[in-house]
Write a protein that binds this ligand. Structure first.
Ligand code: TRP
Length: 450
């Protein structure tokens, strides 16, 4: 035990946790999934609910996870074992590990596309094409199933490589520098997008809510997207929280991460919708929305060639810092609970992900046999994780902190044993204990009933 403890890796500096948590949060969920969900769920009304979710539920759930992680200093399963010995609570951890694996399996598909699009942008293959031609290219690419699988494999390998090397040498180093650069590029893109002809309509779609569009489906999608985008409900932040010592300010970490993540998602919306309306891409075009619209914006920009390459490289890196967190949850569990060497745990998890993940990729071909209950494997994995498992995990996590761990220990943790004030602690604990479980349950059930 003592030896095991000594060997446990951790983040090197105070910035480490914020960088890694923001790295996990910011990813394809913001730039790819958020615009898709917003487009499919009627626009601004979805945005409003989404914002409510991230502020009122995102921050408390995130803080709950960090508290569980840092207090236990354990992986997401071990954490519950340690804080609630001989109870059923570790199930929450197991569900999280499973969920991480399932998300990684389909998330790596889209991550693979970012690599294909880096190659395409270097080869200058968007140049001079109109939106119809880009859409055709995108569809053709999907039908090259094995090419998707190949890129997916490359991406899983990349992720495995970083996780293999461990927390401090791997995760932390990559996350710190690159996210600010992504922010700058998005701002440049946003400026171009809103100045395109016809951009106004896109902005109206994004910001002028039509409340009649709100229904159970919109609610649950916004809830799922909130959890997905912030990496909540499956133990990423339990695991990352366990890598810090007592001097991090967990509350301000949660605020910073939520703020950064939301900012990037909003920016992505401002980039995508004005341009999509300008180029006549349907807002509910789904997968193609982002991957077709963005190259098209670059086509309309001086220096677009270079910017486009940089953009897809950064998108790949944003995806990478997210897949790292997904894999890390699984690897921390396998290595610490099943006592398998970290390196082997990484190999096992990557191979397993590849085996399931290739079906997610192949399920996007025309006439694919790989469907579950009428959905492609890809969509089924997305739906069951984001809209079902994450909210369920989130509910259990807040109930755990609110009712099992309790106020005293929660306050100890957020104030670093009284060293800092954490002035919002009472209100946040109230939300954790009463509001969050009820709110998540209502939204969740209203979505199931629809
Ligand atoms: N949040 C990431 C994104 O927006 C994806 C992600 C990483 C994730 N880890 C997660 C989603 C854990 C849910 C749970 O791209």
């Amino acid at each position: 035990m003592a030896e095991e403890k000594k060997k446990r890796d951790g983040f090197g500096s105070k910035l480490g946790l914020i960088a890694a948590a923001a790295g996990s949060a910011i990813g394809l969920g913001n730039i790819y999934r958020f615009p898709c969900e917003l487009g499919n769920n009627g626009g601004a009304a979805f945005l409003l609910i989404y914002l409510a979710v991230v502020i009122f539920l995102g921050i408390p759930v995130m803080l709950s996870e960090l508290v569980i992680g840092r207090r236990s200093q354990c992986n997401s399963v071990g954490a519950f074992k340690r804080l609630a010995p001989k109870s059923g609570w570790p199930i929450v951890g197991y569900m999280g590990v499973l969920c991480g694996f399932l998300i990684f399996a389909f998330y790596s598909t889209v991550s693979g596309w970012t690599l294909e699009y880096i190659v395409k942008s270097v080869a200058n293959s968007f140049q001079g094409k109109d939106i119809k031609a880009l859409e055709q290219d995108f569809a053709d690419f999907h039908n090259m199933g094995w090419r998707n699988v190949m890129w997916q494999g490359v991406f899983i390998l990349l992720t495995g490589f970083v996780v293999f090397k461990g927390v401090q040498n791997g995760i932390e180093k990559y996350a710190k520098v690159l996210m600010p650069v992504l922010l700058v590029i998005l701002i440049v893109l946003g400026v171009r997008s809103v100045t395109l002809p016809g951009a106004k309509e896109g902005l109206a779609f994004l910001f002028k809510p039509d409340f009649s569009k709100i229904n159970g489906q919109v609610l649950i999608s916004a809830l799922g997207q909130g959890f997905f985008s912030l990496s909540l409900g499956m133990g990423v932040l339990i695991t990352y929280g366990s890598y810090v010592k007592k001097d991090d300010n967990l509350t301000s970490t949660a605020f910073s991460v939520v703020l950064a993540d939301t900012l990037i998602a909003l920016l992505a919306g401002i980039v995508i919708f004005p341009a999509a309306f300008s180029f006549n891409v349907n807002a509910d075009a789904g997968m193609g929305l982002v991957f077709n619209t963005i190259p098209m914006i670059f086509n309309q920009m001086t220096g677009g060639y270079v910017f486009c390459i940089i953009f897809f490289v950064l998108l790949a890196i944003a995806a990478l810092t997210s897949t790292i967190s997904l894999l890390e949850v699984v690897v921390a569990y396998i290595s610490e609970e099943l006592h398998i060497k970290r390196q082997w745990a990484t190999v096992i998890a990557c191979v397993a992900t590849m085996m399931l993940g290739c079906f997610a990729s192949l399920s996007l071909m025309d006439n694919t046999p790989f469907t579950i209950g009428g959905k492609t494997v890809f969509d089924a994995l997305d739906f069951i994780t984001a809209n079902v498992m994450l909210p369920l995990g989130g509910i259990m996590i807040v109930i755990f902190v609110g009712w099992k761990l309790g106020k005293t220990k929660f306050f100890q943790e957020v104030t670093n044993d009284g060293a800092i004030k954490a002035s919002l602690k009472k209100i946040i604990f109230f939300i954790i204990r009463y509001l969050a479980p009820v709110a998540i349950a209502i939204v969740f059930i209203s979505g199931l009933i629809k």
